[in-house]
Design a protein around this ligand. Structure first.
Ligand code: GDP
Length: 362
């Protein structure tokens, strides 16, 4: 049966990996997100980057466009259908995206300020990533702050470095060495990504500037390569539903809604869903599956597009009755015709204790 299932798989069943951004405050997480979301105006929506609820989706065409400058030989392989990047950087969305102790975030970017090396929340992020066994890369950000740096906007990093004066190159090399040492003190091998021969053993450092955009194409390329190498075959395909509540929000005209990340499987309008609530399990029915209206459609009255069904991975807003007491971080399960409602209720409620602990901490 397994082999039949594998044989039946086709390109439409491919699933996009989910990426989170972590790091110390002020290292440039938000700015980096802005930079990678920025579309090339001339090419309009050709890349097809779509703003979702709590996330941004990059279809493979957009990824190809953004990595063009570092794929001059055209040898890069793109096997993933796209990449879903969670828009809220930081610990919270990373810890919320969990399932039975493991993480639903398939890959992470740990942002480090090259002027400051490792800072307290960098170490905290490292602990989280290790606990959840999440593969990650390090964006060594703010390279443009190295004294004398001459920027070539949106360039591939190695080409930009080659254009710098020797003193700038020396300072860069020195800062990389110090970063590597600091990571070694944490028991971690790290190396500049283009010298990394073993992704499984060494963490890749990718120098970036969220202001000039230099190194950002390298970073995206690295995300592609790492997910393709490290994600298991099973993760690459749609399978059992995995869905997490990221935020609970009151929206005028819709009442209390939940913003969820669907990391695997398919959700339908009308599905009976079960989530963890403050006063017990919430069992309700999906009234609407909503994503934001594309920018060019802003003249249309409604703020949202309605979907009959949505496929992982993506961020979506769910409107349904009785969501007032839903808890962020809760798993969402779908109750099918053959499922035991009470069993599912028990399952989502088993997260309550750990969810309350993380609420208390924040
Ligand atoms: P976050 O707290 O990690 O989300 O950091 P922000 O993205 O808010 O950035 C913090 C500050 O650093 C802001 O003033 C940014 O403009 C600045 N910044 C972020 N990235 C860079 C960079 O690559 N180069 C320089 N020079 N400044 C940056």
């Amino acid at each position: 049966a397994y082999e039949a299932a594998v044989a039946a798989r086709n390109k439409d069943d491919l699933r996009s990996p989910i990426c989170c951004i972590l790091g110390h405050v002020d290292t440039g997480k938000t700015k980096l997100l802005d930079k990678i979301r920025q579309t090339n105006v001339q090419e309009g929506e050709a890349g097809g980057i779509t703003q979702q609820i709590g996330a941004t989706y990059f279809p493979v065409d957009a990824i190809k466009q953004k990595t063009q400058v570092v794929n001059t030989a055209g040898t890069q392989e793109y096997k993933i259908p796209g990449l879903l990047i969670i828009d809220t950087p930081g610990h919270e969305s990373f810890t919320n995206l969990r399932s039975r102790g493991s993480s639903l975030c398939n890959i992470a970017i740990l942002v480090v300020d090259i002027m400051h090396y490792l800072e307290p929340q960098t170490l905290e992020s490292l602990r989280l990533l290790r606990d959840r066994k999440t593969p990650f890369i390090v964006a060594l950000n703010k390279i443009d702050r190295i004294y004398g740096w001459e920027a070539t906007p949106d360039n591939g990093f190695q080409d930009s470095l080659a254009k710098q004066k020797p003193a700038v190159q020396r300072e860069f090399a020195d800062r990389v060495q110090k970063t590597i040492l600091a990571f070694a003190e944490q028991g971690l091998n790290s190396v500049l990504y283009y010298e990394n021969k073993n992704f499984a053993r060494n963490v890749s450092l990718v120098p970036t500037s969220a202001i000039t955009g230099e190194g950002v194409p390298d970073m995206i390329m690295l995300l592609v390569n790492l997910t393709q190498q490290r994600m298991s075959e099973s993760l690459m395909y749609l399978s059992t539903l995995e869905c997490t509540v990221l935020e609970v929000k009151v929206i005028e005209g819709l009442g209390t809604t939940i913003d969820v990340v669907l990391s695997n499987g398919i959700l339908h309008e009308g599905d009976k869903i079960v989530v963890c609530g403050l006063n017990g399990p919430i069992i309700t029915q999906v009234r609407a599956l909503l994503t934001p209206q594309p920018l060019r459609e802003l003249r249309i009255k409604s703020q949202y597009v309605h979907h009959k069904e949505v496929k992982a991975a993506l961020g979506v807003k769910i409107a349904a009755p009785d969501l007032e007491k839903a808890i962020a971080g809760s798993r969402l399960l779908v109750c099918g015709p053959d499922d035991d409602e009470e069993e599912l209720a028990e399952e989502v409620m088993s997260d309550l204790t750990s969810l309350m602990e993380s609420i208390d901490k924040s």
